[in-house]
Write a protein that binds this ligand. Sequence first.
Ligand code: NDP
Length: 491
Amino acid sequence: MTDIEQKRDRAPVPKDWAYAPAPESRDIVRLRERYGHFVGGEWLEPTETYETISPATEEQLALIGQGTEQDVDRAVTAAREAFANGWSGLPGSERAKYLFRIARILQERSREFAVLESLNGGKPIKESRDVDLPLAAAHFFYYAGWADKLEYAFPNRRPKPVGVAGQIIPWNFPLLMLAWKIAPAIACGNTVVLKPAETTPLTALLFCDVLRQAELPPGVVNIVTGDGRTGAAIVDHEGVDKIAFTGSTEVGKAIQRRLAGTGKKLTLELGGKAANIVFDDSALDQAVEGIVNGIYFNQGHVCCAGSRLFAQESIYEPLVEKLKRRLETLRVGDPLDKNTDVGAINSQFQLEKIQELVEAGKEEGAEIYQPHCRLPEKGYWFVPTVFTNVAQSYRIAQEEIFGPVLSVLTFRTPEEAVEKANNTPYGLSAGVWTEKGSRILWMAQQLRAGVVWANTFNRFDPTSPFGGYKESGFGREGGLHGLEPYLRFDE
Ligand code: NDP
């Protein structure tokens, strides 16, 4: 018997190389049965509740308060008092200490937050652990640094806080969107009333615990939970000076109409239909990773997702071939499993919306490809999907699907790529894959998108501004630009 045969006897070669489950424990998360609103540093008992679930199992996690107009009014009153009674007049270096504290506590408790984020939202734990949490903490660190340097950021313009900021956020990055909103607002001396999305309130409610731990003065940050009605009550409240909204273009437009003529400041971060453009000189294997990250990251629930792939005709076939092969290796399933690449769809509503658009794609004549994968029986799931043979006019090439669905189109020249990429009502982000630096610069100038990534996709950093053109909204979050919506200038 040879050495090799002997070894095989002892440790037989596995029949298949599938990963063994590697579930993250949920024990670190302590859920309460019922949550109220966090107003003036205290928990306010809700008059009405609804249940929040895990989209991966449909299991009920907790009862959540449905915020009424009275609840919003109390929160705004608490925020106004905190603004007037000290927070807005506190030296920037003092405000910064609280932000630094919050950032450090988020880092210390990051596993707890990551598990809860995946449990309530359905996103893979490796994403909440490696993306959402580090970035949320980084935003607080970054804006802590600006709190005492506003005079230098806007020289000779005498920056002052705006007042009470009403902030409404979506369900795709619950804690991260909270950080994007709260960190610059309080760094500038404003106070906040924030409403998390109806389906994903739990990390925002756990964050209230962090605020208490950091001893943030009561009323500086207030969290009121509920559905769109609660959001509308915040928008309409007379005591709110500024609205920051991230969500659908439809609701964004409705908010803009309601605020017209009120004098309230507004920033809108809305939908997208980003072009990810691959030229024939690009490193194809790298581009495939970028395409996968661009559209399947967070189940495609990403406003800047690279949902339209533009492949240069000469490499269309090998690129699509490689992409399909890569899709076979994506692991779809339990969000709490550390091997999972694609988790659960956030809600039944969102799943139905994805299904409807995919059916429309098939009916209009696009060719669908889905890898083999077994989906869990309970919960909301959608197989990562690629559509080829897509015409520009198809709904799947025009509308935001907000799910793991990619539409592949082709182009011949850079001019044609630009024209097709800009042929959308949106303008949030774009990606360019090419070895040529000059082409990257030229493309970046031509593309009507707030963010253009070159040879990468979905990269975020608190120092760089993010926001859209056209129906993707206006105003920037992140970086120096992210301070401006939270300041007024008495010149
Ligand atoms: P919405 O725009 O409805 O939700 C975003 C936030 O606004 C939520 O907190 C929501 O509350 C709140 N809201 C809803 N109606 C109002 C209102 N009239 N006034 C003030 N606030 C309101 O997005 P959906 O969650 O309904 O998703 C619908 C579609 O929007 C998705 O399919 C996707 O295409 C797109 N979307 C885009 C996002 C982006 O980042 N660009 C993010 C989320 C969705 P509640 O959750 O309780 O309804």
